[in-house]
Write a new protein. Structure first.
Length: 292
């Protein structure tokens, strides 16, 4: 087998092993990073929702105080504006369509916000102090695996204006939402949780893109190195050795006036050329003596 073929086979095996090991490690690392990034994004969404909540109760609600004597406007409710805002984000951006934001509540004013089983488990875990806030988790859904972040929602004294008893709440609000739900909350009580869910596929798709670019460039760099190695090998070894062996061939077939071996470099091949040149001289000398 030719030297170049042997070297390239060895390089091929080495590169394949190297790329395989790098791919296994980097894919795992990139997926973990993408997951962590998604959790950070989810935390930011929750903070956004909290900011909108605060803005609504400090800036918008006071403007509607007179209005709610006649007609209750949900626009003054912080929960409503936070939910609307995140709904808006989802509707305006196709890539965020599968993001979900919930204010899952055990005893909600609006039944649409009632915590379902797994959400109740989270709210109860917060109530029992079993988990720290924010809580990170994963769950399987019919639409694929979802990553979620949850943060407890606590009632304070200002909330009790509407969430204490139906008698104390604005009459227009009770007229709109009824007197059965969303009352009886206590100051300091965890009444629900903000939960942001993001599909795992969103994280994995990002990791996959980075992975492809990374492995693609690694393969590119290795191929370029292999090409350079081939060139060097040909230039430094194969070419001079082929020259020497062709000459040696001619001399071994009795062509004693073939040109002498040229020492073209100071390396081992140069030494070989010098040694063969001396050998040739001895050979020529011996032949001449035999002929004499
Ligand atoms: C002006 C009355 C009012 C005040 C004050 C108020 N809420 Fe509400 N809250 C409502 C109404 C009405 C809804 C239902 C909105 C809807 O979805 O239409 C609601 C909804 C919620 C929800 C969603 C679950 C549910 O009950 O439907 C949460 C959580 C919530 N409020 C928490 C709070 C907290 C915490 C505070 C205090 C920081 C607070 N609310 C202050 C009236 C009020």
């Amino acid at each position: 087998m030719k030297l170049l073929v042997k070297v390239n086979l060895a390089l091929g095996v080495l590169f394949a092993l190297g790329i395989g090991a790098t791919a296994a490690v980097s894919r795992d690392l990139l997926q973990r990073n993408a997951r962590a990034e998604v959790y950070e994004n989810a935390k930011l969404l929750i903070e956004n929702a909290l900011a909108v909540r605060r803005y609504t109760s400090t800036h918008i609600a006071p403007l509607l105080e007179t209005q709610i004597k006649y007609d209750f406007r949900p626009e003054m409710v912080s929960a409503y504006s936070a939910l609307e805002l995140l709904k808006n984000v989802r509707e305006a951006n196709a890539e965020y369509r599968q993001f979900q934001y919930r204010e899952a509540t055990l005893n909600p004013t609006n039944p649409a916000n009632r915590a379902v089983q797994w959400e109740s488990d989270i709210v109860n875990a917060f109530r029992n102090g079993a988990v720290a806030s924010p809580m990170f988790g994963e769950r399987d859904t019919p639409n694929g695996r979802m990553l979620y972040v949850a943060k407890p929602l606590k009632a304070d004294s200002a909330c009790l204006r509407c969430h204490d008893t139906a008698e104390n709440a604005p009459t227009t609000m009770v007229a709109k939402y009824g007197s059965a739900n969303g009352f009886g909350w206590k100051v300091g009580e965890i009444i629900g949780a903000q939960i942001v869910q993001i599909p795992e596929s969103f994280a994995l798709a990002r990791a996959e893109t980075t992975f492809r670019v990374f492995i693609g460039s690694l393969v590119g760099v290795l191929l370029a190195m292999a090409l350079m190695l081939n060139g060097l090998l040909w230039w430094l070894c194969i070419r001079p050795i082929t020259r020497i062996s062709t000459l040696a061939d001619r001399i071994s077939l009795g062509e004693i006036d073939a040109p002498d071996f040229q020492r073209a470099s100071r390396d081992e091949i140069g030494q070989l050329a010098s040694a063969l040149s001396r050998l040739r001289q001895s050979l020529v000398h011996a032949i001449r003596m035999l002929e004499a």
